[in-house]
Design a protein around this ligand. Sequence first.
Ligand code: PMP
Length: 429
Amino acid sequence: AEGLVGRTAEMVERRRATAGASSVLFYREPIEMVRASGVFMYDRAGERYLDVYNNVPSVGHCHPRVVEAIARQAGEMAIHTRYLNDTVQGYSEALLATLPASIGNLVMTCTGSESNDLALRLAMATTGARGFIVTETAYHGNTSLVTEVSPSSLKGGAVPPHVRVVPMPAERDGDGPGDLAARFAGAVAKAIGELQASGHGLAGLIVDTIFSSDGVFADPPGFLKPAVEAVQAAGGIFIADEVQPGFGRTGAGLWGFARHGVTPDIVTMGKPMGNGYPMGGVATRADLLERFCESVGYFNTFGGNTVAAAAGRAVLEVIAGEGLIENAEAVGGYLRAGLRQLAGRRPEIGAVRGAGLFVGLDIVDPDTRAPDARRAGAVINGLRRRHVLVGAAGPFGHTLKIRPPLCFSREHAEMFVAALADVLERPAG
Ligand code: PMP
């Protein structure tokens, strides 16, 4: 707890003593949070922070309607998943109704990692192959199987031989229409060929459809289509990991994959699904699940329990009732415009990208324009001192990951742009 004093130093020490090497905290001066509401979080001293980062409380921290649904259901019945129940059934039907008709079944889990673990197993059982294609800085979760397809977790960098990485889908100077899509599809086609030649075979392609860990890549819409078609034509399974983009964040609809005009074989969900109540899901073609359950079967004690279903249903109702998808689209566009305007006068800002309320902003060296992770770290900590919370992403860690609750308003966007301008103008402040 170097440089820290008082209560914060003591809490950091106590945390280290219990969590050991796994204790990773945000910020040079970690924050002891005690409550949250809407787009704000409050520390122990009652200081308010603008949350521009947390996508779990996606419809707003402690949304009263979700809190009430959780509390009411917890008071009525909290139980595993082996009984008929109207809340659980109604939620499954409502969620499946938002997905393509070919995706007929839903298996509920408790985390994004569990969802992706099952998705990978479904793909392997369907294809009889082991080979997966992923992007170079992807993160898909923490089980041993999922870690194999999460290059960002593998500190040595080496994925196992049955996993092939393709470059992040970044636009390049001089790209014409279709160039990025063709480049990404070309890399995927090459990986398909390598997996087939190596004997591992092609099980599938898994991507986070907003490419969060890679640094947020949304445009041009549709760029995923040729790659997905190549995978499906070769008999592989396309898994759309919607843990980050799902539930309205990208602004055009509930799902990130829809922006690309593709039809996944499997859709995985997590984080925002229960607005803080832990829940995840795997929506899949019925034939995939049937094949898998012939040999293995799947049971998850807490996945889709009654309280989770109540939370999930409230989340869907709030997204629709409060127009949060439309808000993500409108305020996200306003925020990007404000950030681009700031980029015009601050040479430390490189590209500003994103869709809806998922924005990536590159921090670069003002002279060379090269990725500048150290400066990005300083900006994140400078924002924290100004009571604004953001994080970092991308292969160099120089991309600010801007991902506020979907009830973010224009006024909140202005607060954020002003704070970022101030940090860049007065880095020591
Ligand atoms: N997929 C993506 C794209 C994620 O960002 C994450 C979590 N950061 C996961 C899966 C794993 O979800 P969880 O932490 O709930 O297991």
